[in-house]
Structures are given as C-alpha cells and as structure tokens.
Design a protein around this ligand. Structure first.
Ligand SMILES: NC(=O)c1ccc[n+]([C@@H]2O[C@H](COP(=O)([O-])OP(=O)(O)OC[C@H]3O[C@@H](n4cnc5c(N)ncnc54)[C@H](OP(=O)(O)O)[C@@H]3O)[C@@H](O)[C@H]2O)c1
Length: 279
C-alpha cells in the first residue's frame, strides 16, 4: 500500500466513462517504481460538469490530468496555452496545472514516434500508408508529414480522408478499396482504424504485396497481437505493436506532473499487458 504525505502530487484521467482506462495502472507502476509521493486516479466526469470539475481539480492542487473521450474538445477550449503540435492538430490529451493556468499538450504523437524508434524503426525513413482518418490518424499523419515523409491515407469514408487532406498539405488520399495496390509503394503501414480490436472484424490487407523492408505498426493494442500483426509475423515482416504507443505517450505527462522522466521497458510493458484481456 502506498502511503501519501501531505505534500503528495496528484494527477489522474478524466473521461466518461473512464473505467476501461489502463492509465491508472501504467502511472501507478511508475509511481511505485520511483518511490514517488504521488497518486494517479480515475476521474469519471460527466460532460456537463467538465469545466467545473477541471477548475475544481486545479483549485484543489492537482498537478494535472489526462483527457480522454468525450472531453478532448472541451479540454482544448479551457487551455490558457497549448503546445505547438496540439495547436496544429487541434487536439490535446494532457493538461498541466501551473500557477492557476492550464497548459494543454498532445503527447500521442510523441508516443507514436517514440514507439517506432524504440523498436529500431526510423519514422522518417520512407513513404507511409496510413489506414483510417480519425483522431489518431490525424495526429500520426501530421507528425510524419512534418518529418518530410510522403504520406498516403485510405479511409472507409473517403470524404473524411479528403477533409483531413484539406487540413494537412501534402497528404495523399486513395480509395479504401485500393489499399492493397498502394502497399508495395510504402515502407511503413500504420493501422489507425478500430479494425482488429477485440470485438471488431479484422483488417483486410494483402501483406503478400509488402515491399521489402516494410514495417507494420498497428496502434490497436487489445488484443496485443492483432490479426494484422499476426499476419505480419507469419510472413517475417517487421511489426510494432500498439501498446508501446500508449506507454510512451505517458512519459512526458508523468515527467510534467511528477518531475521524473520514467522509462518504458520490458518489465513495465509486461505489467500493463497483463491487464489487457479483451473487455
Ligand atoms: N496505441 C495507442 O496509444 C492508441 C492511441 C489512440 C488510438 N488508439 C486506437 O486507434 C483506434 C482509432 O482511434 P481513433 O481515436 O482515431 O478513433 P476514431 O476517431 O473513432 O476513428 C476510427 C477509424 O476507424 C475506421 N473504422 C471503424 N470501423 C471500420 C470498419 N468496419 N471498416 C473500416 N474502417 C473502420 C473509421 O473509418 P470511418 O471514417 O469510415 O468511420 C475511422 O477512420 C482505436 O482502436 C483506438 O483504441 C490507440
């Protein structure tokens, strides 16, 4: 049992609902490992109460919070400052409270890039094909474009991909049904759709068309090995699992709230993975 002192730093995750979140386990692991006088707690907040709750948490001395569905837009609107990347894509996932001010940050992109690098993949190395055009896709596409990567996107609903391309200059859009044909022209494939998630159909893509040196990154992490990653494994294609993105995105937030830069390693990954049984 962790015993807190009167000086404990407190952070948490706001969402509605929030019971499915792995973040308390993840931050709790680091707090214990580093012997930090602090806590990270789940904060279920109804949308109508979001602003009151956030200002209350700040007034009560919280160090900050993570923000998940459905509060991301509301959180953005409450920020006094937003980091460059968060502003560019209009989305944040972390609030840091400092001297009565709210600073918003987007750490998903950090998580995506760090996860690839930690697995020996240079995100800037080659052309990328991104499947999906939702919130995660938007952050990942923007990050890769900023690195100078040629990025192509395919989404079931073409209009959504076109809308993203209108916001992100340089983003190429192809029809969802032509993704197999585009595969050989790319050295990074990122699945940002919810296909392959527990309870969802698997993603269909013909990996036999993979270019030599292809890396497959599925950002879905329940199950840990999605059908896409399993198909890559059987073909000897390098793959990067999605859990790493979740773990790495937590690093800058933990550092901002608790003053220690934590490490993502195998022991930590195993600890969080042990809780990833499909809901
Ligand atoms: N590893 C991590 O740290 C991390 C971080 C963020 C998100 N994620 C995961 O990434 C996934 C997407 O998250 P998000 O926030 O971007 O969600 P989102 O905004 O709801 O977008 C969902 C995407 O999935 C597509 N999709 C859903 N069902 C489909 C189907 N049957 N066939 C084809 N496409 C389908 C949607 O296409 P339409 O536009 O046609 O509906 C859309 O492009 C989720 O599984 C989430 O758990 C992981």
């Amino acid at each position: 049992m962790t015993i807190l002192t009167g000086k404990a730093r407190i952070a948490g995750i706001t969402g509605w609902p929030v019971g499915h979140s792995r973040s308390p386990r993840l931050h709790g692991y680091w707090l214990e490992r580093h012997g930090i006088d602090g806590a990270y707690v789940p904060l279920p907040i109804e949308p109508a109460n979001f602003e009151t709750a956030i200002r209350g948490l700040m007034a009560a001395g919280f160090a900050g919070v993570n923000v998940t569905i459905p509060h991301k837009l509301a959180a953005f609107a409450l920020c006094d400052t937003v980091d460059d990347f968060g502003r560019r894509i209009g989305a944040i996932n972390t609030l840091v409270f400092e001297n009565g001010r709210i600073s918003g940050r987007n750490t998903d992109v950090w998580g995506f890039l760090s996860n690839l690098r930690a697995n020996g993949v240079d995100p800037a190395a080659g052309p990328a094909l991104i499947l999906g055009a939702g919130g995660a896709s938007r952050a990942i596409a923007a990050a890769l474009l900023e690195l100078g990567v040629r990025v192509t996107i395919a989404n079931r609903t073409r209009a959504r991909a076109d809308a993203l391309a209108a916001e992100l200059p340089g983003l190429r859009v192809i029809d969802w049904d032509t993704r197999d044909h585009a595969l050989p022209d790319n050295t990074l494939l990122v699945n940002t759709t919810s296909l392959g998630m527990a309870g969802q159909p698997p993603l269909q893509i013909d990996l036999d068309r993979a270019a030599p040196g292809l890396t497959v990154n599925d950002i879905v992490y329940v199950p840990l090995e999605t059908p896409l990653l399993a198909a890559a494994r059987t073909r000897g294609i390098r793959r990067v699992e999605g859990l790493g993105m979740l773990l790495h995105q937590a690093v800058p937030a933990f550092h901002a709230w608790f003053g220690v830069e934590p490490v993502v390693d195998d022991a930590m990954r195993r600890f969080v993975a042990a809780d990833l049984l499909p809901a």
